[in-house]
Design a protein around this ligand. Structure first.
Ligand code: AMP
Ligand code: MG
Length: 402
């Protein structure tokens, strides 16, 4: 598994840098640093709805102050808002501090009197209290996004807060998904004898999108080398990578590996894992192409182990392989020695009793059984041997976005 992954990753590199609107940048990876051009906040402003005051005037409450103006958010203070001794300005959260004021008393600690012409402050405030200082969030010149950072919703907010409308990122990979197999049809058409519904294409397209790439639906191709080659060739220019499923085993109608070899550099592996042993792979016109197994669980597992790391590298992530985490086996995971790493669909959860991640089987483990894949949220790595006893530790690979 490691050897195959290393060979694949060695042929993948981050896509070129582009400028994209923030609205299209979620999940993309920064190709350049971004720094704050100015302090954020740019000027001192109120953290509360209340009254901007001179803190010294509130030292012995109650204190009656004359209200000389009103500052809603979005207003700019003028000379008329100056807060001299014995004065206050009614101020809303986010409005700039008026000249002369050094603190804000929250409205709940005040009582308006004289029809709003004056206010009684019922509690003392310290200088700076309820005031947001300039640069309190970000200092001018401070790096806010490092190259290689994956843009989260919060980072998009940070970029917007420094006035950026666009982000410099590695282009989001467009990943084609092509199912192969004469038996495949799509619902709701009823199945004719021998037919099955194509479950891999929507599943793989979903995995692609979960991995922050965009999915290109390439439809289905029959078990025909010419048809597969034609569909792949037509799709390559519009895709940065292509995932095919089916037709990579030793059957009489498994043509995908041969098609890859005819179009570019290609390899066919029997990986020492279960499920997901057969894998075809190639670099066609500079783009990685994956021939994933047809069995749905095998396709998903192979995606996790081989395609996701490649897509993460195209995205620009420095860590293409997501880490496994230690867990406690809540039941025995028995197996026989066969020279392979077994990837068992499990449900993992933190047990509040000990704070540790615990794993239990998610159900039937056949490579055609999507039910347990759907019910689970991780793959347990059960090393070659006779398995893992209940209560023992094992590593799990969490599934899901990223
Ligand atoms: P293959 O890799 O073509 O030998 O297919 C292995 C098994 O996976 C067979 O039972 C196929 O019918 C099934 N299979 C192949 N492609 C798909 C697909 N797109 N959706 C669901 N099952 C599939
Ligand atoms: Mg087939």
């Amino acid at each position: 598994m490691e050897e195959v992954r290393a060979a694949i990753l060695a042929a993948c590199s981050p896509l070129p840098a582009v400028d994209v609107p923030l609205a299209e940048a979620l999940g993309c990876v920064a190709a350049a640093a971004a720094s704050a051009p100015a302090d954020v906040p740019a000027w001192a402003n109120s953290a509360m709805d209340g009254y901007a005051v001179r803190a010294a005037d509130t030292a012995s409450p109650p204190a009656r102050l004359e209200v000389v103006g009103l500052l809603p958010a979005g207003a700019a203070p003028g000379p008329g808002h100056a807060v001299g001794p014995g004065r206050a300005v009614r101020i809303m959260t986010g409005a700039p501090m008026p000249p002369g004021a050094d603190a804000v008393v929250m409205v709940e600690r005040t009582a308006a009197v004289d029809g709003g012409g004056a206010v009684v402050v019922e509690a003392a405030v310290r200088p700076g209290e309820n005031v947001r200082e300039p640069g309190g969030d970000l200092r001018a010149g401070q790096e806010v996004v490092a190259p290689g950072a994956q843009l989260t919703p919060a980072l998009l907010g940070v970029l917007a807060s420094i006035g950026q409308a666009r982000a410099r990122v590695h282009r989001r990979p467009a990943v084609g998904v092509l199912s192969t197999g004469d038996e495949l049809v799509e619902g709701p058409a009823p199945l004719l004898p021998g037919q099955i519904y194509d479950s891999n294409r929507p599943m793989l397209a979903g995995l692609v999108r979960e991995a922050a790439c965009s999915a290109v639906d390439l439809g289905r191709a029959p078990d025909d080398a010419g048809a597969i080659a034609k569909a792949l060739d037509a799709a390559l220019d519009g895709c940065d990578a292509v995932l095919l499923t089916g037709g990579v085993s030793m059957g009489d109608f498994d043509f995908v590996g041969g098609v890859f070899a005819g179009l570019g550099t290609a390899r066919e592996w029997k990986v020492a894992i279960k499920p997901g042993k057969p894998l075809a792979w190639g670099v066609l016109r500079g783009r990685p192409v994956f021939g994933l197994p047809g069995n749905p669980v095998s396709a998903a597992v192979s995606f996790e182990l081989f395609a996701r790391p490649a897509l993460r590298r195209l995205l620009g992530l420095a860590q293409p392989v997501r880490p496994s985490v230690p867990a406690v086996a809540d039941e025995p995971f028995r197996r026989r020695t066969d020279g392979k790493l077994h990837l068992v669909r499990v449900v993992v959860a933190v047990d509040p009793a000990d704070g540790l991640v615990h794993a239990r089987s998610a159900g039937g483990q056949g490579s055609h059984m999507l039910g347990a894949l759907a019910a689970g949220n991780a793959l347990a790595l059960v090393p070659d041997g006779d398995g893992v006893a209940a209560g023992a530790r094992l590593e799990v690979l969490p599934l899901g976005p990223g």
